[in-house]
Design a protein around this ligand. Structure first.
Ligand SMILES: C[C@](O)(CO)[C@H](O)COP(=O)(O)OP(=O)(O)OC[C@H]1O[C@@H](n2ccc(N)nc2=O)[C@H](O)[C@@H]1O
Ligand SMILES: Nc1ncnc2c1ncn2[C@@H]1O[C@H](COP(=O)(O)OP(=O)(O)OP(=O)(O)O)[C@@H](O)[C@H]1O
Length: 345
């Protein structure tokens, strides 16, 4: 079937799903972290249901209208803070890759988690001699358009703010988030939300959906900056009617699935167009779309079985793949006791 013959919208779930229970189940970590006083945080992935990149601004960034939805696929962080005798802020960061991902080859000071902790300390004028220890479990592939690094940064901001006694709604947290990267502020919000500006300015939230999804990423990644450069060579616009529908939607399931950065990334990694076509040919998939700047491609699915079967087939082709869910989750602390999760919206 041609993709434009289909109803290019996310399907509703085949049955009601307890989203909070599913999100909490996805928060279970494999490896306990024994540091006294440590807090545990989740950093969910996102997909862009709708991404309309506009003009390039004088600072090199592009105008963007972006409707993002959090997934229950997530990284996990454990954080603690301890005083030290002398010096200022030290960061002790260890990162472990899970689920067949290659190790994240980024030195501690260039990891966006360290940048986030240091930026928040500067912003609030904190000058204590202390060590912030972070154990980061990576489950979200990098250079995938799934916002893994951005979500880790948002979780690290939430964790540092908590450990340093800041109110969770202290406006300086969001200010720092927006300085770190266009996607970071979304993860403080989570669920499903529409952002404009350069994709960093909150406009409104949408009712999250209880659908399943399959996410597939071939080995090649896409650098976000390169995707935007390729976009400038041949900019594409989204039809006005689709833009109006996207801006009018108040439920995630009503958002038309569009991404005008996809052709640019597909010009850099031609395999991406093949992955998308392959996914759309699978049973249980109506429409597949590249997320953000790629290279991950996602498809909403009506059942977990459909999503799992596509993930298994993709895996057999040598691609990283996961069956997951859209979720009302955000980057934040997982409470150790019972009760409503701080990270469930
Ligand atoms: C593609 C998306 O993921 C869609 O949600 C975002 O637009 C990218 O968000 P991000 O990864 O947080 O991006 P940043 O780390 O802020 O920027 C990386 C690079 O992408 C380009 N960039 C990013 C966002 C934007 N609105 N315009 C841009 O031109 C810039 O060259 C920038 O140097
Ligand atoms: N904690 C981190 N996790 C992942 N990547 C990180 C991290 N810290 C720094 N990086 C660097 O950032 C680059 C892109 O990270 P990220 O995974 O967020 O990209 P992305 O999937 O394209 O996300 P986005 O959707 O925000 O564009 C990586 O290639 C890596 O070098």
């Amino acid at each position: 079937m041609q993709s434009d013959e289909r109803e290019r919208r996310a399907p509703r779930a085949e049955q009601p799903v307890d989203l909070i229970a599913a999100a909490r189940a996805a928060q279970l970590s494999a490896a306990p972290f024994k540091e006294p006083g440590a807090i545990k945080l989740i950093a969910p992935a996102k997909v862009n249901l709708f991404l309309d990149i506009g003009e390039r601004r004088a600072d090199g960034y592009h105008e963007a209208v972006s409707i993002m939805h959090a997934l229950t696929l997530r990284d996990v962080l454990h954080m603690s803070v301890a005083p030290q005798r002398a010096g200022g802020l030290d960061i002790d960061l260890a990162c472990v890759a899970h689920g067949g991902l290659p190790p994240l080859d980024v030195p501690t000071e260039r990891n966006i988690v360290s940048k986030a902790v240091r930026a928040l300390a500067r912003r609030i004028g904190r000058n204590e001699a202390e060590v912030v220890t972070v154990r980061l479990e990576k489950h979200i592939p990098s250079e995938a358009g799934l916002g893994g690094g951005s979500s880790d940064a948002a979780a690290a901001l939430a964790g540092a703010a908590y450990m340093w006694g800041l109110a969770s709604d202290d406006p300086r947290i969001e200010e720092v988030a927006r300085e770190l990267g266009a996607d970071v502020a979304f993860f403080l919000h989570g669920g499903c939300a529409c952002f404009d500006g350069v994709g960093d300015a909150f406009m409104h939230e949408l009712e999250p959906m209880g659908a399943y999804a399959v996410v597939v990423k071939p080995e090649a990644g896409v650098s976000t900056a390169e995707a935007y450069r390729a976009f400038d060579v041949r900019p594409e616009r989204i039809a006005g009617a689709d833009r109006e529908r996207a801006l009018a939607a108040r439920r995630a399931c009503d958002v038309p699935l569009r991404n005008n950065l996809a052709s640019a990334s597909e010009s850099l990694v031609p395999l991406l167009a093949e992955v998308r076509a392959w996914m759309e040919a699978q049973d249980g998939v109506d429409c597949a779309l590249m997320s953000g700047s790629g290279s991950a491609v996602f498809a909403p699915c009506r059942s977990f079985q459909d999503a799992s079967l596509v993930a298994a087939e993709a895996h057999a082709r040598g691609w990283w793949a996961r069956a997951t869910m859209f979720g009302p989750v955000r980057a934040g602390i997982v409470p150790s006791g019972a009760g409503r999760s701080a990270t469930a919206r």
